[in-house]
Design a protein around this ligand. Sequence first.
Ligand SMILES: [Fe+2]
Length: 210
Amino acid sequence: MSTQNREYPLRTEVIEEQDLEVALETIKLLNLRGKRNLLELCLFEAEIPALDVITVLDELETRGFFEAPASTKYHGCEAGDLFNHSFMVYLTLKKWTKAGIIEWGYDYSPLLIGIFHDLCKMDSYSLNSSGGGYTYNPEQFPLGHHALASLVYAQGMVKLTEEEILCIRWHMGPYEGQDSWNLYDRAIKEYNTVLWTHQADMYVSKVLGV
Ligand SMILES: [Fe+2]
């Protein structure tokens, strides 16, 4: 079945139990409607307090979350890869949680962190006029800081816990530079899920390649 017409998502427990490489190939086949349908199922099943699922999905779709790439030329530079990357971060965290490696304050936190951690990329890229590839969007809403910008968007959709805020804030890990290492260390000591979120982000981008 081609990418263009696959709208029907698998049952969430099926995709969650697949090997991560297989799950990535599965979600890459989903078109915009399929990606939205899959996220809708996950959000409803998660039963997140005070989260209006349809409003959040509408906001994400309007802002281009399901169509945007995750980069211009590195991991995830195809249309739809922002969703693919974000959903794979969620699945990776979930798999490590099921394996007993990570514990969370709330079971639904990996879903929110995975989906929301890179929201700043929703308007980061513009399709080249030639139609091939992306460049940075000079008109991006000028929030500046990558992770903090994602938090601004996320907080507009759901009330995040302190743990979720720190996981999103520090998902870049030590890549922000030495000046931030002290705060990053403190965040990890507060919630070790901060460290695992960075690891999941790295695993998905560098190992799975999206
Ligand atoms: Fe990421």
